[in-house]
Design a protein around this ligand. Structure first.
Ligand SMILES: Cc1ncc(COP(=O)(O)O)c(C=O)c1O
Length: 341
């Protein structure tokens, strides 16, 4: 595997912590839950996209790009982290925020940070992958016409190049697990645009083959998400000179999306409150809260042995929680002043 030969820029210090979660495990009646703290990557308030951006922007710089164009939803962590990374590297950045008819009145969470980082923001009411890809291509053409050299990063940074970041994360987890003397039976991750899941699929198959990898979809139907993950994984394996035919199938669990992508669920809020009150972990309502609600759901269905070792990959996203503060209030169970005599 030729991972070390791929262009890469350093955007964070590694490894991120691997931590045991005894209070969360006890609250759920087992299994032994650990968390990989990819929310603590140290660029732009952290998150999984930093790993992808190390490879994507490594490729962009190698091509001589001076401006990066990418896309996401209104509260995209990927867009925020792309803006942060570009600032760190002295690159221009244009964010195409999809499914948004115009600039919203309130600047909160990730959108506020996009502007703070000085990104050029383009809103489009279009939402389909094709329409958004076309808008990004048009933006890139406009930039070229003005003498700039754009590099287009697809939705979520989930190209084969971006996915290398999570192949390398699997290597990191395997080394940490060996150091801690823990053998993970199951690994849980959020499945969004699919690159994080796909990178772990390629990397864990090679470096931690005993672990079963589970994705919890936060947007697409499970079968569609799994096919997407497998396609990205095959392309990534090809880039690394590995045989894509040898990859395991992608396992994606459904039932935790609720009414749709980025619409919070009751189970997600419960997971967010539980993680905060047992382990001081801050999850978000769009990705990691729903992913943990999936892990909790499978535990409650008795599908994980109480004796097993489970790794939850925390992929970040807390600025998205700040954008939903009003909705979170309903789930805090506050009793003002009840402890004061
Ligand atoms: C916080 C967070 N977790 C998980 C994901 C999902 O990662 P992927 O798009 O690689 O599936 C994202 C994607 O934007 C994210 O922002």
């Amino acid at each position: 595997m030729n991972l070390a030969n791929q262009p890469r820029v350093r955007l964070s210090s590694w490894p991120t912590p691997l931590e045991e979660c005894p209070r969360l495990s006890a609250a759920l009646g087992g299994p032994h839950i650990w968390v990989k703290r990819d929310d603590l990557t140290d660029l732009g308030l952290g998150g999984n996209k930093v790993r992808k951006l190390e490879y994507l922007l490594g490729a962009a710089l190698k091509e001589g790009a001076d401006t990066v164009v990418t896309t996401g939803g209104l509260q995209s962590n990927h867009a925020r982290l792309t803006a942060a990374a570009c600032r760190r590297l002295g690159l221009g950045v244009v964010l195409v925020l999809a499914g948004v008819p115009g600039r919203p009145a309130a600047l909160t969470g990730n959108l506020l940070l996009d502007y703070l980082y000085g990104a050029e923001v383009v809103f489009t009411s279009e939402n389909s992958d094709e329409a958004v890809a076309k808008t990004m291509a048009d933006v890139a053409t406009g930039l070229r016409d003005r003498g700039r050299r754009p590099y287009v990063v697809p939705l979520g940074g989930s190209s084969a190049v971006g996915t290398l970041g999570y192949v390398s994360a699997a290597l990191e987890v395997a080394a940490q697990a060996a150091e801690e003397g823990v053998a993970f039976d199951d690994v849980f991750v959020t499945t969004g645009s699919g690159g994080t899941h796909a990178g772990l699929l390629v990397g864990l198959a090679r470096f931690m083959p005993g672990a079963r990898l589970h994705g919890i979809t936060v947007s697409r139907e499970p079968s569609v998400a799994a096919a997407r993950v497998e396609a990205i994984a095959a392309e990534t394996a090809g880039l690394l000179g590995l045989d894509p035919g040898g990859l395991p199938r992608a396992v994606v669990h459904g039932g935790y999306v609720g009414q749709g992508y980025a619409i919070p669920t009751r189970a997600g809020w419960e997971a967010i409150v539980l993680a905060a009150r047992t382990e001081s972990l801050v999850l978000d309502p769009v990705y990691t809260g729903k992913a943990l609600s999936g892990l909790i759901g499978l535990i409650r269905q008795g599908r994980l042995s109480p004796a097993s070792n489970v790794l939850f990959v925390h992929t970040g996203g807390w600025p998205g929680l700040m954008a939903e503060a009003a909705a979170l209030e309903d789930h805090l169970g506050r009793e003002e002043g009840s402890a004061i005599p």
